[in-house]
Design a binder for this molecule. Sequence first.
Ligand SMILES: [Zn+2]
Length: 262
Amino acid sequence: MQTSPSALVVSIHDVSPLTRERVGEMLSDLAALGVERTSLLVIPNHHYRAPMTEDPGFCQWLGDLSSRGHEMVLHGYHHRRASIEAGSAPLEKKGPSSSLRDHLITEYYTAGEGEFYDLSEPEARQRLDRGLEDFQAAGFHPTGFIAPAWLLGEEAERAVRGAGFSYTTRLKNFKDLESGREVVSQSLVWSVRSAWRRQVSRWWNASLATRLQGNPLARVGLHPPDWDHPAIRTQILKLVGAMLAGREVMTYDQWLAHLRTQ
Ligand SMILES: [Zn+2]
């Protein structure tokens, strides 16, 4: 029986007019290693400050990347958690048992960026439709939606499926939204907001990369600020370089197509 190739998906989160230059550097470093296609997680209006629809140069740049094999993935709309926008105290409604965990998720892990974490289905749908409209205006027809900080609530997931997306990912898995099939594979991701986080991240990701060796899917999730830190950037390129041996580089939509043939 023929064994199918193992895959490596490198994704770059938070692609927007605000991060374009940095993402360009990341892409050239990755291309120099041999990673010629990535999944680009694009924010239609990053923090309300960078509407892609008003930046034809940005859309053209994305269009060029798309024609070279990179995938455009919808990544939230503003990328900021709604309850934080409204200045309310969103954690109380979930009750005391989950509030500490939510607090930790919100404050320490996502820094308030979990836009799709606690949206109702209609609220989520509205943002998704708006995002799809902006993408379509630029000529993109995304098959994937990935929530900011991978935090996708249950209601929001129903909205994502209802809006016609084929897949989503979370920190620990990839999900085919048509069949409901999930593939367990924890993404490498770096937290760079402080020196101790960078230290822990380097240790954690080296160990995670080793544990993923037998997994058919390896995922590397990058953020533009990762490139501010030479030690992190060097480690990322080293780990990605090592993962290339024995893995085929693909985008998430290619991985989905591959999965559906299994
Ligand atoms: Zn993000």
